[in-house]
Ligand binder design. Structure first.
Ligand SMILES: C[S@@+](CC[C@H](N)C(=O)[O-])C[C@H]1O[C@@H](n2cnc3c(N)ncnc32)[C@H](O)[C@@H]1O
Length: 234
């Protein structure tokens, strides 16, 4: 069990070490720009208030931190948690003008913070990469203040048969696009596999409930290609 976890950590870390330079470009290409709209929708639903604190976990190159900061007129404190140093450094450079953003090299399963610290917790396209979803959710619940909100954006299960057929065919081409642009298919084989094997919208609701969250809701984006989950610490 322990070696499975170590294997996944190594695999995920090597995937992001291969793609970090072209991560943003590949997101635009592979989603045909849709990831930008989905992230906008995520922040719109969060509708953060000024003078609040966000912990953005699996921050990657910092898209969510940037949108949150802009939405709060930069009157907010944001901590980005990212275990892959190359992704973290890309994010730092991209957000160098945001003085309210701090970067910490850590993992979702073990957050280096006391309990009850944050108003919002976000994880965007990160939860399917973690080793232990239950530990991740427990940590999210712990670091949120009472009244704080957990929000997750992730690839999910498509609820339309025709779109699903098309999506499955399209997924098969993703490693070839990866080979062409990044020079390696392996990270994109992992991407496709990790999406296929990730749990459904309802299963994630169940895990959120089991780990303490209340008033849980989800919204599908583009028929469930992605989904946003929201829950509260009450
Ligand atoms: C697909 S990227 C998402 C980046 C960004 N949040 C976005 O929406 O574009 C996933 C990120 O999760 C990070 N990650 C992988 N395992 C993690 C873990 N156990 N805890 C926190 N982040 C992790 C990876 O290093 C990578 O930067």
């Amino acid at each position: 069990m322990k070696s499975n976890i170590q294997d996944k950590t190594k695999l995920v870390n090597s995937v992001f070490s291969k793609v970090y330079k072209r991560y943003d470009l590949m997101n635009d290409i592979l989603s045909l720009g849709l990831h930008r709209i989905w992230k906008e929708r995520f922040i719109q639903w969060m509708s953060p208030q000024q003078n609040t604190k966000l912990i953005d976990v699996a921050s990657g190159t910092g898209d969510i931190a940037k949108l949150f900061s802009q939405k709060t007129n930069n009157n907010s404190e944001i901590v980005c948690i990212e275990p892959n140093m190359e992704m973290l450094e890309e994010g730092k450079v991209k957000l160098k003008n945001f003085n309210n953003v701090r970067w910490i090299n850590a993992s979702a399963e073990k957050l280096p913070f006391d309990s009850d610290m944050f108003d919002y917790y976000s994880i965007s396209y990160g939860i399917r990469n973690v080793n232990d979803i239950n530990r991740t959710l427990r940590e999210a619940f712990r670091v949120l203040k009472t009244g704080g909100r957990f929000m997750c954006l992730e690839f999910s299960k498509v609820d339309n048969e025709i779109l699903d057929l098309f999506y499955q065919k399209y997924s098969k081409t993703i490693p070839y696009i990866g080979k062409f642009i990044v020079g390696s298919e392996k990270p994109y084989k992992y991407l496709v596999k990790s999406i296929e094997s990730f749990i459904s919208q309802k299963e994630l609701v169940k895990l959120m409930r089991e780990n303490g969250f209340s008033n849980i809701e989800f919204r599908n984006l583009s028929n469930g290609i992605s989904a946003i989950h929201s829950g509260w610490k009450i």
